[in-house]
Design a protein around this ligand. Structure first.
Ligand SMILES: Nc1nc2c(ncn2[C@@H]2O[C@H](COP(=O)(O)OP(=O)(O)OP(=O)(O)O)[C@@H](O)[C@H]2O)c(=O)[nH]1
Ligand SMILES: [Mg+2]
Length: 444
C-alpha cells in the first residue's frame, strides 16, 4: 500500500460539537491549507484564519496549525484546521480541501503513513486504535504503555537475544574443531532456555493485555434447558436470546457485550450440549464447543431440580482445561434448601436469587483485570506471533538435543525472529498492514 498524495479527513466524531477538526497530510498539505485560508501559514504557530469556498465566501473561521515534516504525527507535512463542529460546515470544508487537491483519507491512513515513515511501529499504531476504543481505565493505561513503546521494546529485546544466540551458534559451528565441541556447549543450552523463559513471560503479559483489549470472554455451557439463555438475558437486561421450555432452543452462539462492575465482558450463550441427529443442532453444538474452548471463564449450568446428572459429568470431564464454574439454575424451583459449603453457585433468573454471588464470581475472575502494573495492550495477533516464535525456539532446543544440527537450529531461530518482527511490523506483508489499518477510524 504505497502512501501517496495529500489526504484529508474530518478527525472529530460525526455529529455536532463545539469544535470540529480536519486534518491534511502529504506534500501539498501546506499549499492546500494556505489556499483555503487565503493566507500564509507558518509552522509551530497557532493561527486564526477564515476558511473560504471556491467563490471566496467564508465557510467558517477557526484555527490553523501547520506541522512541517518530519515533525508531525504522520511524518509528512500536515495541517490541522479547527473549525466549528457542525456536520454540514465540516463537510463543506472537507469538500473544499478536496477541490484544492486533497483526496479523502482511508480509514487509518494517517497512522499508516506514520508507520511507513518510521514515526511509530506497528504495535504502537495498534495501541492508538486500542486507546481510542478502550473500554475501561485499565485498558486505557495498558494501551498508553504500548503506545509509549513498552511492548515493542520488550519484543525488540527478545529479537536481539535471538539474533545473538543465532550468531553464537553460527560462530560455534564455524570454529568447532569437531562436532562434539558444539554439542557440549552448555552455553547454548543455557541461552536457549533463557530465551524460552523470556518469551513465556512476555507471552503471559501479552495474554493479559489481550484480555484487556478484548474484554473477558465468558461462555455459558450446559445441557439443553439448563437455563443458559435465561441467564444471558438476565445479565444483558433484555431478551437477547429466545427462551422456551423446548430442549435445543439455542443453535447459534449469541454474543452480548455486557459490563459488570466496570469490567467489559463478552458473554456467549451456546447450544445445549447433547447427542443430536439434527444437522443444524450438530453444527450449533460444534460451535458451542468452539466458544467454550476460547472462553476465559466457562459457567456450566446445571438444572438444580435434576442435579448433576451422568450427562453433565460427561461434559464436565471434557472441560478440565477450562476455567470452569458450576452454576445451579432454577433455584426457585428447588423444594429443599440448597446444600451449603460447596463451591457451586445457586441462581434463579426468576427471583434474581444468587445473582450477586454469581457476578462477584465472574468479576473475581478478572481480579487482576484492573491491576495497575506493567501490563501493556496486546492483540490476538501479537499473542499468536509470540506463540509461533516460542514454537520455533522450542524446535531449536529440540534440534539441539536430537538432530544436533546447528544449521537447523539457526533456521529455527530465524523463524522465531521473523515471527517476533511481525509484531512491530519490521517484517509484514501489505496484506497484513491493509487488514490492520482498515479497522482504524477515519481521520486517525
Ligand atoms: N423457574 C425457573 N425457570 C427457569 C429459570 N431459568 C430458566 N428457566 C426455564 O427453563 C427453560 C429453559 O430455559 P433456557 O434459558 O431456554 O435454557 P437453555 O439452557 O438456553 O436451553 P437450550 O437453548 O435449549 O440449550 C425455560 O422454560 C425457562 O423459562 C429459573 O431460574 N427459574
Ligand atoms: Mg438457550
Amino acid at each position: 500500500m504505497p502512501a501517496y498524495g495529500t489526504i484529508a479527513a474530518i478527525a472529530t466524531p460525526p455529529g455536532t460539537g463545539g469544535i470540529g477538526i480536519l486534518r491534511l497530510s502529504g506534500p501539498r498539505a501546506r499549499a492546500i491549507g494556505e489556499a483555503i485560508s487565503a493566507a500564509k501559514i507558518t509552522p509551530g504557530k497557532i493561527q486564526f484564519r477564515r476558511f473560504f469556498d471556491a467563490d471566496g465566501a467564508v465557510i467558517d473561521h477557526g484555527l490553523c496549525l501547520y506541522f512541517r515534516q518530519p515533525h508531525s504525527f504522520s511524518g509528512e507535512d500536515s495541517v490541522e484546521l479547527q473549525a466549528h463542529g457542525g456536520p454540514i460546515v465540516l463537510d463543506m470544508l472537507l469538500q473544499r480541501l478536496c477541490e484544492l487537491g486533497a483526496r479523502l483519507a482511508r480509514a487509518g491512513e494517517f497512522s499508516e503513513r506514520a508507520f511507513l515513515n518510521g514515526k511509530i511501529d506497528l504495535a504502537q499504531a495498534e495501541a492508538i486504535a486500542d486507546l481510542i476504543e478502550a473500554g475501561s481505565r485499565a485498558a486505557t493505561r495498558a494501551a498508553m504503555r504500548s503506545l509509549e513503546g513498552r511492548f515493542s521494546e520488550q519484543v525488540k529485546n527478545l529479537v536481539d537475544e535471538v539474533i545473538d544466540l543465532r550468531a553464537y551458534i553460527e560462530a560455534s559451528l564455524d570454529f568447532a574443531e569437531e562436532e562434539i565441541d558444539f554439542l557440549e556447549n552448555s552455553e547454548i543450552a543455557r541461552r536457549l532456555s533463557a530465551c524460552i523463559q523470556h518469551l513465556q513471560t512476555l507471552l503471559d503479559q501479552a495474554e493479559h493485555g489481550r484480555t484487556l483489549q478484548e474484554g473477558l470472554t465468558v461462555s455459558l455451557a450446559g445441557l439443553p434447558n439448563a437455563g443458559k439463555s435465561s441467564l444471558l438475558n438476565y445479565l444483558a437486561g433484555y431478551e437477547a436470546a429466545i427462551v422456551t421450555e423446548i430442549e435445543g432452543t439455542t443453535r447459534d452462539v449469541l454474543r452480548e457485550h455486557i459490563s459488570l462492575k466496570g469490567i467489559p465482558l463478552k458473554v456467549n450463550d451456546t447450544a445445549g450440549l447433547r447427542e443430536s441427529e439434527n444437522p443444524v443442532e450438530q453444527e450449533g453444538i460444534r460451535r458451542a464447543w468452539d466458544a467454550i474452548a476460547k472462553a476465559d471463564v466457562v459457567l456450566y449450568l446445571v438444572d438444580a431440580q435434576k442435579g448433576m446428572t451422568a450427562g453433565d459429568r460427561r461434559v464436565v470431564e471434557r472441560l478440565t482445561d477450562s476455567n470452569l464454574h458450576v452454576v445451579y439454575s432454577k433455584n426457585d424451583l428447588l423444594a429443599s434448601e440448597q446444600p451449603g459449603n460447596t463451591d457451586a453457585l445457586y441462581i434463579s433468573t426468576v427471583t434474581g436469587d444468587g445473582m450477586e454471588a454469581l457476578i462477584e464470581r465472574i468479576t473475581g475472575q478478572a481480579a487482576d483485570f484492573n491491576r495497575d502494573n506493567e501490563t501493556f495492550m496486546a492483540r490476538r495477533r501479537h499473542v499468536d506471533a509470540l506463540l509461533r516464535a516460542r514454537d520455533c525456539i522450542q524446535l531449536a532446543a529440540d534440534n539441539f538435543s536430537t538432530t544436533r544440527s546447528g544449521e537447523l537450529m539457526a533456521e529455527d531461530l530465524r523463524g522465531a525472529q521473523r515471527n517476533l518482527n511481525e509484531i512491530t511490523g519490521e517484517f509484514s506483508s501489505d496484506d497484513l498492514l491493509g487488514r490492520i489499518f482498515s479497522s482504524f477510524c477515519i481521520g486517525k
